[in-house]
Each structure stands twice: as C-alpha cells, then as structure tokens.
Design a protein around this ligand. Sequence first.
Ligand code: ST9
Ligand code: ZN
Ligand code: ZN
Length: 333
Amino acid sequence: MAPNITSTPTGVLFEDETLGEPQIEGPKDKPKYVRRLVWRNISVFAFLHLGALYGVYLSFTSAKLLTVAFAILLYQLSGLGITAGAHRLWAHRSYKAKWPLQLLLVIMNTIAFQDAAIDWARDHRVHHKYSETDADPHNAKRGFFFSHIGWLLCRKHPEVKAKGKNIDLSDLESDPILAFQKRYYTILMPLMCFILPTVIPVLAWNETWTNAYFIPTILRYIFTLNMTWLVNSAAHMFGNKPYDKYINPSENKGVAIFALGEGWHNYHHVFPWDYKTAEFGHYSVNFTTAFIDFFAKIGWAYDLKSVSEDMVRKRVERTGDGSHELWGWGDND
Ligand code: ST9
Ligand code: ZN
Ligand code: ZN
C-alpha cells in the first residue's frame, strides 16, 4: 500500500501510525524524516487533560480538603520518585542508595507512571548524550510543544533508536528492584497510579468516587506530568545560562519550584553528575536535594557526588553568559 504522506508547513511529513516504522524518505541527497502520529496516545492524553480540568473544578466545588491535600502529597511523593529516583539515582548515578531507599523510590516512581525507570533512564541518558539533535527523544529544537508533550504523541525519530542502542544500561538491567518494576509494570502501575489513589480517599475519609478519581488520581497525575515536561520544554528555552551560553538548557526558577528542584537545567547539562542538579542546594527551590540530604543523614543515601567550587568557577569564566553570581562570588553559600 502506498504511504499516505502529507506535507506540513514545516516541511516535515507525517502519516498514519498504522503504516509501519518511521522512515527517512526522499531522494538520497535530501532525505526526509516521516513523522508518524500515535492516535491512541493523542486521544488518551486529550481525555486525561480534560479529566484534569474537571478535577480542578471539583477541587473548588465539592471536594473535601483532605482529598486535595492527599493529591498534593501524591504529587510530591510521585515527583520525588522521578527526581530523586529515576533522574538523580538511576539515570545519573549521582548518589548511591541502600535497598530500603531504593524500594521506597521505586514505589514512589511507580505512582508517577512515567514508564518503567529503566526505560525512563534510557531515554534520559540519550537526551543528555545527544541533546537537541534528532537522537534526543524530546529534541527542543523541534519546538515547545514537541519537547513538552508532542514527543509522546508520535513514533520516535529513527536516530533515537539508532544512537540509543549504544547507551550502556547494564547497571540498571542488573538491578533486581528495577528489573522487578519493569517486569510487573502492567500490574504495579495501574495499582499505584490509579487504583489506590482512588480507593484510599473513599475508604479512609468517605470521599465520593468521582472526587477521588478526578482529583488525587487524574488531576494529580496530569499535573505532575506537566511539571516534569516543563523541564524538557521551558527549561530548554527560557532562563539564564551562567555556566554555558552555547547550549539551550537554562536556569529556570519557576520550573525548579514546581519540578522539585529540577529547573536549574543549564548547570545540570554541564555537570550532570551533581546530585543537587544545581550549584546551590537551597531547599526552598530544590526540595529533592532536601530529600536526599535527609536520607544521607540517616545513612540510607551515600556517596553523594558534587562539583568543586573551583571547577564551577573555571567553567563560568570560560563559557558563562555573565549572569552568574560569580560577579559577586563569595556571597553565596
Ligand atoms: C512520560 C515520561 O511522561 C516523561 C519523561 C520526562 C523526562 C524529563 C527529564 C528532565 C529531567 C528530570 C526532571 C524531572 C522533574 C520531575 C518533576 C516532578 C514534579 N534508546 O518507546 P518505543 C527502541 S511517560 C534505545 O515504544 P516508538 C527499543 O528497541 C508518560 N532504543 O518507541 C524499544 O523497544 P523496547 C506515560 C530505544 O515505537 C523500541 O525502540 N507513558 C530508545 O517510537 C520501541 O520503543 C506514556 O504515555 C532509546 N532511547 O513509540 C507512553 N527508545 O522498549 C508514551 C526506543 O522493548 N510512550 N528504543 O526496548 C509511547 O507510547 C511510545 O514510547 C511512543 C514512541 C509512541 C512515544
Ligand atoms: Zn535537558
Ligand atoms: Zn539529567
């Protein structure tokens, strides 16, 4: 069957998802990437976002205060499962965790439903290594919408898979806790992300099924996803670049607050092994660092990696855009 290909204003082509793997098409000297939309994801995310809006309405009209508080708590817990778990521990290995903390993090990570941590970390390692190229799963050069949610609504660029094959995941695949999560994800994820957050408010404080489903479940899930996606979109576009003015990732305080400390993205792309994902670990704008520091105090987190002040200073002087507090160096803690 001849592919049903349509031209778009951007010159990129798209076709229906049923037509097989995305291909680079066209004459050999000028190949064209064919974008394939995934209508199942488009409809599911559209309905979830509508459900989240209904959740906002219910929060202000009929929900119990405890239900709203529970939704906020789940946002923070599941968010930490992404930031302290998938991101700082598993994707970057920026600190080590004893098994009770790993277990806690994998539970919190499953509540967040951002796919199994091994798959999350694979995409993220590819994102760092091939940032803002075709091999970057959420390449911000393709625009705000694509890097925010669009990349989850179409098949991946063939370069993501080709380059991604060379990423070493042996540390993650040999981790029994992560292997267990991946193996049983289709049971664990619905239970942790959708069923328990709906059932608990009904049984524990007599909330209605509707409020329990739309507020701590759908609204909380979609809100947390959007706060995560802002790191890929807004923090790759808006903000200062005190550490490297030649890359797009930027320091974005707004994103940092809602993404539990993950908006200091210029620093993070320059020094990805720092467990703080920021030069300064101020807890008010880096809740994840407070979380890891707490577990370091009780001995569950250890070998926290950081960057020396001297190394940061040299980089700021060499490639920074001049916005660093270095120009008043010494005033920071
Ligand atoms: C979600 C994830 O939302 C969000 C991640 C955000 C990351 C943010 C990072 C920023 C820093 C951290 C900040 C945290 C802040 C948190 C704040 C919290 C308050 N390498 O993927 P498939 C191969 S998830 C190598 O299906 P398609 C591989 O062989 C939301 N190979 O590609 C693979 O097979 P397997 C919920 C790769 O078919 C095969 O290709 N989840 C790589 O093109 C097929 O893989 C959803 O909605 C790679 N990187 O489909 C699901 N990738 O896996 C959405 C793939 O067996 N996803 N391969 O090895 C999908 O439906 C599909 O992935 C797709 C692409 C349609 C998007
Ligand atoms: Zn990034
Ligand atoms: Zn990262």
